[in-house]
Design a binder for this molecule. Sequence first.
Ligand code: ADP
Ligand code: TRP
Length: 327
Amino acid sequence: MAPTGKRVLSGVQPSGELHIGNYFGAIRQFIELQEGNEAAYFLADYHSMTSIRDAAERRRVTLDLALGFLAFGVDPKRSILYRQSDVPQVHELAWCLSTVTPMSLLERSHAYKDKVAHGLPADHGLFAYPPLMAADILIHRADIVPVGQDQKQHVEMTRDMAQKFNHAYGDVLTIPEPYIYESVAVVPGTDGQKMSKAYGNTVEMFAPEKALRKQVMGIVTDSTPVEDPKDPNQPLFQLWNLMASAEEREEMRQVCERGGVGYGDVKKRLVARLLDFFAEARERHADFSARPDDVEDILRDGAQRASAGAAPLLAAVRQAAGVGPLS
Ligand code: ADP
Ligand code: TRP
């Protein structure tokens, strides 16, 4: 049962095209949690400065991410949808948090270590990412944070920072919890590693049909002949299972056990399923793409509502820390 009566917050970095890992790992839960909770979702454009150094590209992917959120069903009437850079108070809070963040905590960040291992430059922004992410969460006084498994550690770091801050200055910050859908905590990419825009192994539900087909055809499989049984733990079958009913999953399990079906056929079925499963979202994506001014209006309204909550929280933080007017 999904929680209700909570304050929910999450965000995604606009740093490339959305993929099915983002959807099943995180965004599907965003939509579900709109029901009965107070939710806010944002486009983490300042975070994307750790990976994109081209202004026009950032604008393009930020708009595209907004289109994706709206297409999947983030409803600006029910939830707050905003751009991180429209709520600048978050940087003031990030500074406050960084003063209670041990260096050793940042050095343990998997995301940082992983990005460096994949060749991203190790600058201070990437290293100092966790206090900014913590500020995104804490400024909204979020109780729960829906994310994929890879972000769990960041939410745990947020808890740590909030506890240290509260310990020093009194109970000002709400301690959040990660909300992770264990069954799809990590969606595999076409090469079998975690699907990630950074690894070039994505399946993108808003891509033109031809490109989507190419991505699916590129999913790695072993070299088992058509007639032989197949290993059901391969990424192809895991991706199929994401959108299959219980009976269809069982049918595919039996197909793997018996053999007699080629990977090419399964891939064709997967393309058809993706197009069907995301048909409505693809339509809404195309519709919103034709109305960028409406999208900007939605974000402007979201910024106002997000700032209205951020200002009193930041005032309480400053007051607690003895920063600002002397009396
Ligand atoms: P990417 O790894 O492609 O850069 P992001 O880090 O922007 O993706 O992720 C946005 C959200 O989607 C996060 O909550 C993240 O945990 C989730 N997510 C990303 N990739 C996956 C995946 N392969 N499986 C499950 N969740 C994922
Ligand atoms: N770090 C997240 C990612 O890479 C994006 C993010 C930034 C976020 N701030 C956040 C997610 C706050 C949840 C809550 O996907």
